[in-house]
Design a protein around this ligand. Sequence first.
Ligand code: NAD
Ligand code: ZN
Length: 353
Amino acid sequence: MVSRIVFGRGSFNQLGDIISPKRLNSKAPFIFLVDDVFKGNPDITSRIPLAYDDQLIYVSAKYEPKTSQVDELVEKIILTHKDRPSGIIGIGGGTILDLAKAVSIMLTNGGEAKDYQGWDLVKTPAIYHVGVPTISGTGAEVSRTTVLTGPDKKLGINSDYTPFDQVILDPELTKTVPKDQWFYTGMDCYIHCIESLNGTYLNAFSQSYGEKAYDLCKEIFIEDSLSKSEAQDKLMMASWHGGMSIAYSQVGVAHAMSYGLSYLLGTKHGIGNCIVFDHLEEFYPEGVKLFKQMKEKHDIKLPQGICADLGDDEFDTMIDVAMGLEPLWENAIGKNWKQVITRAKLKSLYQQM
Ligand code: NAD
Ligand code: ZN
């Protein structure tokens, strides 16, 4: 779990005070990986506490993070600074948070990021790393994984060294998120809850977090009683609780199939989950019904026909990626999942998307 958390509107201002005791020496910089959407936005940039040899690197969140991107960032940092950094601070959405986690691991572990995609392959603790989410929903701020697309798989670096040492939850940072993106990333949280609460891995730990996040999502996306700032505060906590819920259970059908879309077509996580979840009534009838209401209420139009022109080889690639995620299927369906989830079944679902 994340060992230190600060929550509150404006708490981003505490970043300098929080990290300064962690500075190893004046030659060991803090590296700030910042979503390039904030380039030229003084409200954010002027509050980044740069000192000594600290470096700010803007990173685009346009594409899903790649293992090769992690390796390039690590190389850039090593070539620029003689000393190992004092810490990595990720400021952005799930994309930037995952990159920050992965870079902090790869600065202390040899080889390439792709070698660590899997479970508990990281042997050496990462350097100090801090996460500052600027959009709510993924739970990347709390999870023990960093999801990366590698040369032959899309899979996280899941390890005890992956979680942030410190997280700053400042809901005010999310006020500039565009509406469609707010919905897609928010629905990632909602889908985490549905998949966790309806999974066979459910236990009292994940249930207690999942139910809280689910209730918060309903308050935010269905009931109309919250002010903008209340909704921002609550969605940030929903994201946290949703992430905690899957930390001790697992996601399910939507995530498995969305990874397939993402691997082949580069579809981003939030919107990909929405596209898939929209077609999963038979697996999550109540959850999908409510999702459709939320979609309607917020006038969200999902892309249609994204698989219309795909060939058999391409369907096979997506199906291979999806079916490779065995724990997700076992959580969703049970130990006998292979009798229910056939290649033909997945193809017919993808063909509807
Ligand atoms: P994101 O980081 O991909 O960002 C989505 C868009 O929102 C980008 O265009 C970004 O620039 C913009 N944005 C972010 N904050 C903004 C702000 N305050 N104002 C204006 N624009 C802003 O979005 P995401 O949905 O948070 O993250 C998706 C990524 O998270 C995927 O790569 C997915 O694999 C990963 N993920 C990780 C975990 C985990 O546990 N590690 C869990 C779920 C998803
Ligand atoms: Zn997710």
